[in-house]
Write a protein that binds this ligand. Sequence first.
Ligand code: DLZ
Length: 166
Amino acid sequence: MATKNHNLSHYDIQSVPDASNMRFGIVVSEWNENITAALLHGAVETLQKHGTHLDNIDIRTVPGSFELIYGAAQMARSEQVDAVIAIGCVIRGDTPHFDYICAGTTQGLAELNTHGKVPVIYGLITTENMQQAEDRAGGIHGNKGDECAITAIKMVDFACRYKKKL
Ligand code: DLZ
């Protein structure tokens, strides 16, 4: 989550590895589509900025954030991508769904990082209201999609160090 002193789109460009040989899966929730589309746009643009070819970015949608777990798991198992970015937005409403979906999705994505073959990046925005979400989807706090893309590139580079040598 962005803080007063941290903009999600700010990073040290020198610290980012070249991503021209990397393949990414991006799974995007349709809920709060105005927000998730902006996050997706930020993620794709940032991956491309660091060398990833559009052909190597596999983008799939799922109905809601809870389905990000299944979508990310399928991508992670496919061996067709080096990392998965899961993008969703949950906004607190009047129902207890907010807490269940946030907790369930977070737990599910976390487990994929322990048991899965590739890193799964947490691109879930959880806010009290739409304004806070907009602030983090290209607004005053930057774009969480950018942050996810940079994290994904760094984690693929990290994973490469532990791949078995053929
Ligand atoms: C049901 C629901 C609710 C109330 N709110 C959100 C939300 O703010 N963001 C989101 O991504 N999804 C929401 N959903 C849908 C659930 O994620 C899920 O798709 C359904 O419960 C079906 O499994």
